[in-house]
Design a protein around this ligand. Sequence first.
Ligand code: BGC
Length: 427
Amino acid sequence: MEKFYWGCSTAAAQIEGGYNEDGKGSSIWDYYSLIKGKIKDGSTNQISADSYHKYKDDIKLLKELGCNAYRFSIAWTRIIPDGKGKINEKGLDYYNNVIDECLKNGIEPFITLYHWDMPLSLFKDGGFLNPNFVENFAYYCEIVVSRFHNKVKNWMVVNEPTCIIGGLGGTDSDKEYSMKELLHICHVINLCTAKGTQIIHKYGCLSGSAYCGLIYAPEHDDNKIEYEEAKRRTMILEKNDLNIFSIFTDPAMTGKYPKRLFEVYSKEELPNITNEDLQLIKNNTCDFIGINAYFAFTLSYENGEFVVNKNIDKYRTTIGWHVYDKSLYWAAKIMTDVYHKPFYISENGIAVLDENDEIRSKYLKDHINYLLKAKREGVDVRGYFYWSLMDNFEWFHGYTQKFGLIRIDRSVKNSFYTYKEIIKMNS
Ligand code: BGC
């Protein structure tokens, strides 16, 4: 039987701090942090959870949890401070130490190559719209993967392309992009995924990416009409909506763009997609799919009509998201039904301020129960990663949103023990 991975996820720009240490260059998040009014609580990510110095404590806590996997990301600017030039050996040393510490403790690293911290110099040169972006990204991937392929088997190339488009991961959050530009950026991200995958495969490792989008779930478990419509709405590419999976997941998982891309957008809106690009995408598909699932929309079929979110919980987490405990179950069902690839929940979690941490504990139990139900029913679920190991710098929200099982001072919350118990019972 395939090994099941229990883990937690983090991202470099959110937990590391050490923003200018040992030769690190600036990323967009170091830069945004300094712009007045950009970050909700006026905070910066300069120190954040200080994982740059405390990674051994973090890994010790992961071990105490019983985790056998840790998904973290590499900061491009630690490896190549200006994004495309000189290599910084000290940055590679840092990740080498993190990886070794994981392995020493029986924890498999799952490394994300790009979790939104674009090198500032590349951003200033046009970011994704710069014609050399894919080449620069490939150079970075080659350096990292060639260095660590003997120790790290599982790689995730890009985190949540839809949020990148939404202004979090390297597109300019102050700029109004035209649809043509946005579609061009989507294409660049797909080329980066294919290029990264090509490099990962060259070194004999496995490639995936972590995706988010709107998941529709049938409200009644055995209702086929609801399921088919939920699947259709989850996957369909609609004009002027880039918060969808298939514009990214189809190329990454099947090697092809959805046909509808060329039907709903005009030639003038579509980017220049060359035969060479299509060939690169076709020949370099991912080995597994990671879904970052935080909630879902429900769909019921009544009197010949589909109704969205009829009975959804009115409760909202502090970040404003609703809670739907079957979301992981349906994400797993739909994605494996469509792509037939090994499936991971690469992120799932809740932002709450709750002294007893009861809400998070319940959330964990309910969500994981349903994910394991999918696994029992034969879905190829390979792992679950909680977001996040610790409270951290939640992008534009600063430190106002608390997703952690642990606080920044490394004191543990009650949900830490809940997750520990779940892992113990299911290992
Ligand atoms: C991202 C994380 C983020 C989390 C909670 C995901 O969209 O990958 O970086 O902190 O959700 O907002």
